[in-house]
Design a protein around this ligand. Structure first.
Ligand code: PGA
Length: 249
């Protein structure tokens, strides 16, 4: 069982004023009764301002994406060291929306995971099957490829730092949460894969988060499952009250 982490993925929401308001509200009423690691992931344009507000608090900052190269002629891209320079500790890598709309493949994401780690950023590496894949019995095949190819060649020492998020694509933004048992079964399978890639100690150390329509109502039962070490929250992280409730599940 890894450290409990509750991360908010704001996706492409909130302009600067709205982001500042949200994080100020979150910080003001901040209670963390379960002592989880709390992470928020605003869009690139809001990172620096949000960092000014959270830098002396127990709220950690993460980005939603990054590029594989360090610098140079890659118009529109953002490097790992740029993220570090605005206070990021985490970066989401391989969210299903990146895989789906921007054609990010497991081998490309493998490079991102390694570059993030080289720059002392903790990758939150996302995996998950589509509805079609689930209905045709391919969940384990898809997850195995995503885990093995995406984390290939990462040293044992670095693997320990990685956070994995299981986000079934059919549960993202749809209001359809995987049942706690469905989620835990896949988490257990992911941990088994990590054991085979590394060893039991490393696999047990890695936090495996669940994501997909997590709400204040659904989170407690999800969090009580043996292999679920936290949540990656989209929609419900856009309101301070609901995100605070999830943090204090
Ligand atoms: P959701 O998004 O909570 O809105 O379903 C989760 C995610 O995509 O990380």
């Amino acid at each position: 069982m890894g450290k409990m982490i509750i991360a908010g993925n704001w996706k492409m929401n909130k302009d600067l004023d709205e982001a500042v308001q949200l994080v100020e509200k979150l910080k003001k009423g901040f209670k963390n009764k379960n002592k989880v690691e709390v992470v928020i992931c605003p869009s690139f344009t809001n990172l620096s301002s949000v960092n000014e507000i959270v830098k002396d608090s127990d709220i950690m900052l993460g980005a939603q994406n990054m590029y594989t190269e360090e610098k140079g002629a890659y118009t529109g891209e953002i490097s790992a060291s740029m993220l570090k320079s605005v206070g990021c500790k985490y970066v989401i890598v391989g969210h299903s929306e990146r895989r789906q709309y921007f054609n990010e493949t497991n081998s490309f994401l493998n490079k991102k995971v390694k570059v993030a780690l080289e720059n002392n950023l903790i990758p939150i590496y996302c995996v998950g099957e589509t509805l079609e894949q689930r209905e045709s019995g391919k969940v384990e095949k898809v997850i195995k490829e995503q885990i093995e190819d995406g984390l290939k060649g990462v040293s044992l020492e670095d693997l320990k730092k990685v956070v994995v998020a299981y986000e079934p694509v059919w549960a993202i933004g749809t209001g359809k949460t995987a049942t706690p048992q469905q989620a835990n079964d896949v988490h257990f399978f992911i941990r088994k894969l990590l054991k085979a890639m590394a060893n039991e100690a490393v696999a047990d150390y890695i936090s495996i988060l669940y994501g997909g329509s997590v709400t204040p109502e659904s989170c407690r039962e999800l969090m009580s499952k043996s292999d679920i070490d936290g949540a990656l929250v989209g929609g419900a992280s856009l309101k301070a009250d609901s995100f605070a409730e999830i943090i204090n599940y």
